[in-house]
Design a protein around this ligand. Structure first.
Ligand code: 1CP
Length: 347
């Protein structure tokens, strides 16, 4: 039976927590939980011939979304896709070569935004993936959609690939703030459409990944992180009332409270560099948080893992808390360590 046929009263611990209800045991999911550390993912990726083929095949992508749920019973399933689908729909070519990171071309260092030919139909298979995943998830599991935040997505559009400290993009933003604002605004506009489309297809909450928020000066953080995310949150809230939005400004550090208050996100992802006890003291009471175990503690296992989990679990005595990592799970993480994490978190 599809879960849409089930009564509304089915309790979803993750969704309830995002709405501000603390649970006795924190619900748990892991960023990048669908991916290369799973043998069943590697097998399907090899069969499909690559990341993009997999992510644009709704049947296969829905299967990858469900794989970690079947294996571990996480409280949340995250759509299997990538933040770079938005630049692809904006008209850049996208490839994921084996053994190297994703590539976008032409870069916005060599070509202007207006010279690209957008093709939003490229997003259609992703909505189909969300519909399929929504139809076959267990009733208590929350389906999360996601997108990259404009700053992080812009770093890839400008440089054409991942970069160590996003220097080209930060320099671009200083040198030509008008052109850079046009790029950020265009990404933000499409992101609103894209997330509204995921929600209309069955996503019950959405996460905005700002993976490179930590490289910005305070003024740039205000202009390129807080402002566009605030706009996205306001537009989505108007279109999709009651759908929680998780903001994840990785590396925000002392700017975290300003991010929470300035963007109006419903919940906040905490990276592994934050002291969870200090984060709890710094943030507005009642604001749900998610995080923040170091992915390397999970990779290492043993004492490092046990202690790391205990520390996160103890840090939020009153606040609604979702157990997660501080960043994505590493591809060499042993499955047994994920099982140990779940045993300890679930008690
Ligand atoms: O098979 C492969 O080649 C895949 C590696 C992979 C995977 C599994 C990439 C390439 N993307 C993904 C899926 C993905 N990406 C998800 C799926 C759902 C899940 O969490 O299970 C999500 C949420 C993302 C988000 C994403 N993509 C981010 C934000 C989160 C983060 O980790 O910081 C970023 C920065 C990307 C870009 C990207 N895509 C892939 C890689 C290797 C990268 C990083 C590239 C770089 O900076 O060099």
């Amino acid at each position: 039976m599809g879960r849409r046929a089930l009564p509304d009263s089915v309790h979803k611990p993750l969704l309830a927590t995002l709405r501000g209800e603390r649970q006795d045991r924190p619900p748990v999911w892991l960023m990048r939980q669908a991916g290369r550390y799973l043998p069943e993912y590697r097998a399907l990726r090899a069969e499909k011939g690559g990341f993009l083929a997999l992510a644009t095949d709704p049947e296969a992508a829905a299967e990858v979304t469900l794989q970690p749920i079947r294996r571990f019973g996480f409280d949340g399933a995250i759509l299997f896709s990538d933040i770079l689908m938005v630049p692809w729909a904006m008209g850049q070519e996208l490839s994921f070569g084996a053994g190297e990171g994703p590539r976008l071309s032409p870069t916005l260092l060599t070509r202007k935004l207006a010279e690209l030919s957008p093709d939003v139909a490229r997003l259609a298979p992703i909505y189909a993936t969300v519909r399929r995943a929504a139809a076959s998830l267990p009733a208590a599991t929350t389906l999360l959609g996601f997108a990259g935040s404009p700053w992080t997505v812009a770093t890839y559009m400008v440089a054409g690939q991942g970069s160590k400290d996003q220097a080209e993009t930060r320099a671009f933003a200083y040198a030509d703030p008008v052109a850079f604002a046009a790029i950020v605004d265009a990404i933000a506009d499409l992101t609103v459409e894209y997330l509204a489309g995921q929600i209309a297809s069955g996503a019950e909450a959405a996460q905005l990944f700002d993976s490179w928020a930590g490289s910005l000066s305070p003024e740039q953080f205000e202009r390129w992180v807080i402002e566009p995310n605030a706009r996205i949150v306001a537009a989505l809230r108007a279109r999709c009332p009651g759908v929680p939005i998780i903001g994840f400004p990785k590396g925000a550090g002392d700017k975290l409270r300003a991010y929470a208050e300035g963007t109006g996100v419903d919940a906040l992802g905490l990276d592994e560099t934050l002291d969870p006890v200090l984060a709890d003291a710094m943030l507005p009471p009642g604001l749900p948080v998610q995080g923040n175990l170091d992915p390397l503690a999970l990779l290492t296992g043993g004492e490092a893992l046990t202690r790391g989990i205990a520390r996160v679990l103890a840090a939020f005595p009153e606040r609604p808390h979702i157990f997660n990592l501080g960043h994505g799970i590493g591809q060499h993480t042993p499955i047994a360590h994920v099982e140990a994490l779940l045993r300890q978190v679930r008690g």
